[in-house]
Design a protein around this ligand. Structure first.
Ligand SMILES: [Zn+2]
Length: 463
């Protein structure tokens, strides 16, 4: 069911409301022009990798909190931004970086801004806001785009990124730092990289690229470049610091580089299309990453039997890789074999050290497609399990609502729909559905109380 690309927010909003038991509800959120594309993309593999990049750095910066939320912004330009607990990163930044070290360096620099208390007031405001509201602010949309998030599969063929006109640049540079702050953040970044035994060369490479005249030649101006001033002098000073470090020549561990390559191939296949993916795979010819890209490309655009054989070969090469099992599940769903898909997703869930909330939701979807009363009940358990790990998964609530609906639990479906709107920042519709759910619930029961929490919720000050 995820194999059909859903290219517009409007369509997603429609799916959302039709799944809610066919009750027609006009969405009140204004869908702005930029929202023709999905701004946030969810992917268990990429989120886990970026979290692995960030964790040691955050720890060295004294920012260690167990959960770091990774928000992947579907935009081909380069940007990265950290609030206290959320790391926003453009897929374009991940695609541009040839090594983990380049991304880790940028994360270290951003952690330096946090530790230095730069832009603290704005950061505090953003910290209280829902993810989608922040995205809207960062992208200069000025409106909350309810539910504009999907997993990578849902993006295939949708086209890349969020196009922003020149007039939005002012808003895009909302987080513009002072030059003195840049120097502080650079120094802090080197401290964190040294503490974690990593080189600063990746950071230097990234910033030097921004600094060079070459980066001006493209049609696209990277928001990161606008918010982080990069005069020649700064790069020269940074170079001295980087080269003084005993870790200057350290390379990323090969296993991490391999995960990075697999991530880049995935972004290319799902978000940039066949041609871009083929170019990248050509560069990585013979590697596991290239085989991974080939299997994914075959799944999306080729023969399904062949895709399955390729996924099986990947699993043979790395039996403990949860994302190969996930791909196998995706392929089996497309082949209309939900029972086998459920088995593959169940393996992915059990193999996933990052305990992503997305994989149990995929398992739940497969169980829903099996369609027996027993499998529907199991689906509800799995989707709730996934949402318990990851409350902001708006797609998950859609499937939960559908599963409850098919089981005849109408108030459960209404409450799930309310939750979906709530975590998308669409409080008005959230309250409407919460009130509808309450009408069919016993006053004071746990679900009634949760509905009441949504009804009573007051959105914090607008950003
Ligand atoms: Zn900076």
């Amino acid at each position: 069911m995820m194999s059909r690309p859903r290219s517009t927010v409007a369509r997603i909003a429609r799916v959302f409301t039709t799944l809610a038991l066919g009750i027609a509800v006009a969405t009140t959120s204004s869908v702005t022009a930029f929202a023709q594309n999905v701004p946030v993309v969810r992917d268990a593999e990429i989120e886990a990798l970026v979290r692995d990049y960030a964790r040691p750095i955050f720890k060295a910066a004294g920012l260690a909190n167990d959960g770091i939320d990774i928000v992947l912004v579907n935009d081909s330009s380069f940007n990265a931004f950290v609030t206290g607990r959320r790391l926003f990163i453009n897929t374009g930044a991940l695609m541009t970086a040839e090594t983990p070290n380049e991304i880790i360096g940028v994360i270290a620099h951003e952690a330096g801004h946090i530790a230095g208390g730069h832009q603290q007031k704005l950061r505090d405001q953003l910290e209280r806001a829902k993810t989608m509201a922040i995205i809207a602010t960062l992208l200069g949309a000025g409106a909350i785009v309810a539910g504009a998030t999907t997993n990578s599969r849902g993006l295939a063929g949708a086209g890349m990124g969020v196009a922003a006109g020149g007039g939005e640049m002012a808003q895009r540079s909302i987080l513009a730092y002072q030059r003195t702050e840049e120097t502080t953040a650079d120094r802090s970044a080197i401290t964190y990289l040294n503490a974690t035994g990593q080189s600063g060369m990746g950071m230097l490479k990234t910033f030097a690229r921004f600094q060079s005249a070459l980066s001006l030649s493209g049609t696209q101006v990277d928001p990161y470049r606008i918010s982080h001033p990069m005069p020649q002098e700064r790069i020269a000073n940074l170079e001295v610091l980087v080269k003084q470090s005993p870790n200057v020549d350290r390379l990323d561990p090969p296993a991490l580089q391999q995960r990075h390559d697999m991530m880049r191939v995935k972004i290319a296949v799902y978000m940039e299309g066949q041609a871009a993916a083929a170019r990248l795979m050509q560069k990585m010819r013979g590697s596991l990453a290239a085989l991974y890209g080939d299997a994914q490309s075959t799944y999306l655009y080729g023969d399904i039997t062949s895709a399955l054989a390729k996924a099986n070969a990947l699993i043979k090469a790395q039996p403990k890789n949860p994302y190969f099992q996930e791909l196998r599940g995706d392929i089996l769903m497309k082949a209309n074999k939900p029972k086998d898909a459920a088995e593959a997703y169940a393996k992915a869930v059990s193999l996933d050290p990052a305990r992503s909330g997305l994989l149990p939701v995929s398992l739940g979807q497969a169980l829903m497609a099996v369609g027996t009363p027993d499998s529907l009940k199991k689906a509800v358990v799995q989707i709730n399990n996934g949402l318990g790990r990851d409350k902001e998964n708006s797609e998950g609530y859609r499937y939960l609502a559908q599963a409850y609906g098919e089981l005849g639990d109408i108030p459960g479906a209404e409450l799930a729909t309310a939750e979906g709107h709530f975590y998308s920042g669409n409080y008005k519709d959230a309250k409407i559905f919460a009130m509808r759910a309450q009408q069919q619930m016993k006053r004071g029961e746990p679900r009634w109380i949760r509905a009441q929490d949504i009804i009573n919720y007051k959105a914090s000050s607008k950003i």
